[in-house]
Design a protein around this ligand. Structure first.
Ligand code: ADP
Length: 657
């Protein structure tokens, strides 16, 4: 048998399964959307941050340029430079150093020869080579931007700059191979402006620069401006870096030792994209020792060549944490919603399953035999229909059963009736069979009796004749006359027996006629007194008033009733009550005659034998009276029955159709 799975659970599962599938899909979609949204927003922010950083960088350049131009435009500057007056150039340039930290501040004449270096006054008169910005300024153009200066150029401007510019390159597995492990060149923000005389001719030029190597002021300023010092778990969320080529020269990204990660390198991938291809890079990147959402853009030199890059990045961790938080909230909300869904579907399941359970229990009770069960039809749906159907079914069942019970009862009664009829018929059959056997026996006996009577009759007639002759011949006083008399008596007796035998053999045919039973009985009673004493016998007549005449042989019927009355009187020993009763028998239109006495009755042993020929309990009886009577009544199509109670009396009932 399959495992039982209650309908309530099925309903709950049925309701929850799509819910959970929907929840699952929603969760995945939600998580995916949240992840994508947060990531894209973070990347958008980094892109914006990069714009801000670029602005800060440009501001710095602009600021340097402004200061320089202000000084270059000073008419006093043109005079001093034109005249090569170094003390007056010094007095012009030195206040500038107080306004702004500048690593290089130099004045050149119109030939490009150095007139005065603010940080290295002792060195002058040389002509710096490979200085595009000086060339441009001497051509009357103001140039501001980023450029790279060689260690020698730096050393010429200011001794300390060599050391400041030196960076030990830290190679990492992601970095590209490089020849030197030390960076000595310096990336500088530079501005150069022509100094024009009153006629507008170029009298010389001024240039200033700020070395960016190991100068973290700018990157920190960018970080502070863009990220406003926001921290995540004690770590700065935002970082900014300046690269010279592939090397970090100024940064607030920290290495694992806690120091600024100066000298670490760009990954080859970013280098190729930003430095070589001169394109922006926005994306997720592993920076020094952590994952960042980063944006890089090339820093282009004065002649349009890419010399380094500007980087901003945000710790990915904080976004991961944000994502995790949002995801956790989403999962918790979905989980709680699932629980609520579970509870709600449980309640709905219970609500739906209750009538089903009730139906199931009622069905079980119906199976066990209960009827007249009713379930309330509560809902207008299939369950309601089911309950209605159940109620209809139990009603129909009860009705059908009561019909069956009634049918059963009538069937039982019919069976009982038929059985009784059958038993009656059986008894009748047995009786008929017995009668038939008896009749056959009697018939056989009759044949014998007739033969015997015939054979005895002739010698008996001879004996009778001779006895009569002998009696006549003997004188009245003869000594043997008594013996002859006895012989004569016995011969008469034999003759009587032979007569009876002949009657028994029924050689007599029925002479049918109309017989009045009452007259017949009264006639017998009138004559019987001659045969037996009737003085002490009380005769009771219970004759039916409306008894019709019957058809039959009057002589033979007289013999029957004589026998029966004689037997009754003899049984009572001449004293008692003899009751003769008659009544009509409707179906046969005949009559029933009963002859009752108050004699000693007949014992059960004898009762079976009394109709047997020659059965007698009397000394002088022939035992043929009842068997002859039986034969006559049977010839009339009737019946004789006897009932007897010992010590009380006997009743013979004769029925004649
Ligand atoms: P019989 O009268 O010659 O004896 P039956 O055939 O008339 O022959 O009777 C047979 C026997 O039935 C009787 O001997 C008697 O024992 C018994 N019998 C008949 N009628 C009665 C009766 N009314 N009461 C008691 N016994 C009876």
């Amino acid at each position: 048998m399959p495992r039982r799975f209650p309908i309530r659970a099925k309903l709950t599962v049925g309701a929850l399964a799509p819910l959970f599938v929907a929840f699952f899909i929603c969760s995945l979609t939600g998580l995916y959307i949240i992840d994508a949204k947060i990531t894209s927003q973070a990347q958008e922010k980094v892109r914006t941050d990069l714009n801000s950083a670029r602005e800060a960088y440009r501001n710095e350049l602009h600021h340097i340029n402004e200061l320089l131009e202000l000084t270059a435009d000073n008419p006093f500057a043109a005079i001093s430079i034109s005249s090569g007056n170094r003390p007056s150039i010094s007095s012009l340039l030195t206040p500038l150093l107080h306004k702004k930290h500048l690593d290089i501040l130099t004045a050149v004449d119109k030939e490009g020869r150095v007139l005065f270096r603010a940080h290295n006054p002792a060195r002058f008169g040389d002509t710096p080579v490979n200085t595009y910005f000086i060339d441009q300024a001497l051509r009357g153009k103001t140039v501001t931007g980023t450029t790279v200066l060689s260690p020698e150029q730096l050393a010429a401007e200011k001794d300390e700059l060599t050391a400041q510019a030196r960076i030990d390159v830290v190679t990492t597995p992601h970095s590209r191979p490089r020849q030197s492990s030390v960076e000595r060149a310096g990336m500088v923000m530079v501005s150069a402006a022509p100094v024009l005389d009153s006629a507008g001719r170029v009298a010389g030029a001024l240039y200033c620069a700020e070395l960016l190597n190991n100068n973290n002021d700018l990157v920190d300023k960018i970080k502070d401006t863009v990220y406003e010092g926001v921290k995540f778990k004690g770590q700065d969320v935002g970082t900014a870096t300046l690269f010279l080529g592939d090397t970090r020269i100024a940064t607030n990204v920290h290495a694992s030792n806690g120091r600024r990660a100066i000298g670490t390198q760009l990954s080859a991938e970013v280098y190729n994209r930003v430095i070589l291809e001169n394109r922006k890079w926005v994306g997720r990147a592993f920076v020094v020792n952590d994952w960042y959402l980063t944006a890089y853009e090339p820093i282009v030199g004065l002649r349009g060549e890419v010399i380094g890059s500007l980087y901003v990045g945000m710790l990915e961790k904080q976004y991961s944490a944000l994502k995790n938080n949002v995801n956790t909230i989403l999962v918790v909300v979905l989980f709680i919603s699932s629980l609520i869904g579970l509870a709600v579907s449980g309640v709905i399941g219970t609500h739906l399953a209750t009538p089903i359970k009730e139906l199931e229990q009622l069905t079980r009770r119906v199976t066990l035999g209960e009827r007249n069960l009713h379930i309330d039809v509560r809902s207008a749906d299939e369950l309601g229909d089911l309950a209605g159907g159940f109620n209809q079914m139990t009603r129909a069942l009860a009705h059908r059963e009561s019909e069956i019970t009634m049918l059963n009862r009538s069937l039982e009664q019919k069976v009982l009736k038929r059985t009784a009829q059958l038993e009656e018929k059986n008894a009748l059959l047995l009786e008929t069979q017995a009668d038939l056997a008896k009749a056959e026996k009697l018939a056989d006996l009759g044949v014998i009796a007739a033969g015997v009577a015939h054979e005895i009759n002739n010698p008996l007639a001879v004996i009778r004749g001779n006895i009569e002759f002998l009696e006549m011949c003997l004188p009245p006083d003869h000594a043997n006359r008594e013996e002859v008399g006895i012989i004569s008596q016995q011969v008469e007796r034999i003759a009587k027996i032979v007569g009876n035998l002949q009657v028994f053999a029924r050689q007599k045919k029925l002479h049918q006629g109309q017989v009045n039973i009452h007259d017949l009985l009264d006639g017998i009673l009138g004559q019987i007194g001659h045969q037996v004493p009737m003085d002490a016998i009380a005769v009771v007549r219970e004759y039916a008033s409306d008894l019709a005449m019957i058809r039959g042989d009057g002589d033979q019927l007289r013999q029957v009733f004589t026998n029966l009355i004689l037997n009754a009187v003899q049984a009572m020993g001449g004293k008692g009550v003899l009751t003769l009763a008659t009544k009509g028998v409707a179906p046969l239109d005949g009559c029933e005659v009963s002859i009752s006495d108050t004699g000693p009755g007949i014992g059960p042993g004898q009762l079976k034998k009394i109709f047997t020929p020659f059965f007698t309990t009397k000394d002088t009886g022939s035992g043929l009276g009842l068997s002859i009577s039986y034969g006559i009544i049977k010839d009339h199509g009737g019946d004789i029955k006897v009932s007897s109670v010992e010590g009380k009396g006997t009743t013979f009932k004769v029925t004649i159709p």
